[in-house]
Design a protein around this ligand. Structure first.
Ligand SMILES: [Zn+2]
Length: 392
């Protein structure tokens, strides 16, 4: 909270154009930590549609689904050190040009790509998704590239990018800040047609203006509750193959006290240090650690237009990688499995509260199944060698 107050203060002292630079030069930020940029790239509500004109005067109308993908590109840009507002514009120009901001499957090259959420079928080489990245060129696996968050991270690149050092993302292009935005987009996409990207620059700028809130004016303000955009997907909170179910939602004899008590969460045992993923896009409303209660993260989401909160419990204090106010994406690594608080062994206790954090929990495991939660393999996964049945 101190960190947030400090950032808010920094926002008041610096003009909007210097905010990102300020955040970026905090430097030494571990790759896993998210950099919160309140005001600078804070998302507002996503409109149902947006119409803008290209440089050559064609009208482009984008729907809510396309704008939701734009929101993902903006969020990841805000979380990636070194990507300025200009970098986000370049990414939006690239995705507009390559896919018109659609997550395209490619069933002729990869029939299995249709099994992931998508907005249609493309057929250019073996290109996939928003940025039309090709598995054959080393951009990632089909599973990785059918994830809009992964595509955005790969596009921005940099040392914390998933493909560092090759294929190059925007941050790996020397002098990209001095290049024409269309040429910078072309340098990442390795396309022969820079003009195509330049044509979309006014559309990209219109999207960024429409989707983000103006930076705080300096007369207070700036402490508004972030809007929680509709999530692009629902994922399982632990990597595939690392966990086992140990204690379900419902009445049980408490494994520590022996008392008959209601268990408000679902327990998934996994090795200490196994990454925990956010189940959906959202905003962190609580992230903290106490010796008595252990680690707790609470995230607010919007799912089918309704608020939903997810709660993650038992991380150690060093296993909490988000801060109150952070915007996170589905599948983002937010913490690590621990065994703090009321716990008999390393596990994740997950609660889901439809209606928001103050509403009653439902069976989290069943909720994930009902919402078609994707399993994710996770790139930085430590396999669970010991899942000796932690619970509580
Ligand atoms: Zn539990």
């Amino acid at each position: 909270m101190k960190k947030l107050a400090l950032l808010a203060l920094t926002l008041l002292l610096l003009g909007p154009s210097t905010i990102l630079l300020g955040v970026a030069t905090l430097g030494g930020t571990p790759a896993t930590a998210t950099v919160c940029t309140p005001g600078a790239l804070a998302l507002g509500p996503i409109p149902d549609s947006l119409t803008a004109s290209t440089r050559t005067g064609e009208t482009v109308t984008l729907n809510r689904q396309q704008l939701t993908h734009a929101a993902t590109i903006i969020t990841i840009g805000g979380q990636t050190a070194g990507v300025s507002r200009e970098g986000v514009i370049i990414a939006l120009m690239a995705a507009l040009t390559e896919s018109t901001l659609r997550m395209l499957a490619n069933t002729s090259a990869y029939p299995e790509s249709a099994e992931y959420p998508n907005d249609g079928d493309g057929s250019d080489h073996d290109s996939l998704g928003l940025f039309q990245m090709r598995p054959a060129s080393g951009w990632g696996t089909v599973a990785e590239l059918m994830d809009p968050t992964y595509q955005a991270r790969a596009f921005y690149g940099g040392e914390s990018g998933p493909n560092y050092p090759s294929p190059r993302g925007l941050l790996n292009i020397p002098g990209w800040q001095q290049m024409d935005p269309g040429e910078a987009a072309q340098a990442v996409e390795v396309s022969a047609y820079p003009d195509r990207y330049q044509n979309y620059q006014p559309v990209a700028e219109a999207i960024l203006t429409a989707l983000t809130r103006p930076a705080p004016s300096g007369n207070g303000g700036g402490d508004e509750t972030p809007v929680v955009p509709e999530t692009t997907r629902i994922v399982f909170p632990l990597p595939e193959g690392t966990w086992v179910r140990t204690s379900p939602f419902g009445w049980r004899d408490d494994p520590i006290t022996g008392e008959r008590r209601f268990h408000a969460g679902s327990d998934f045992a996994a090795a200490d240090g196994t990454p925990i993923y956010a189940v959906a896009d959202g905003v962190v409303v609580q992230a903290g650690y106490t010796d008595a209660g252990g680690g707790v993260i609470v995230i607010e989401h919007t799912v089918h237009g309704e608020p939903v909160a997810s709660m993650y419990v038992h991380m150690w204090s060093h296993g909490i990688h988000v801060t109150e106010g952070d915007t996170v994406t589905a599948g983002q690594h937010i913490g690590d499995v621990g065994s703090s608080g009321h716990s008999t062994g390393p596990h994740l206790h997950l609660q889901i509260h439809p209606g928001g954090a103050n509403a009653d929990p439902v069976d989290a495991d069943a909720w994930l199944t009902d919402h078609g939660a994707e399993g994710i393999t996770g790139g930085d996964t430590t396999p669970a060698l010991c899942t000796a049945g932690g619970g509580a």
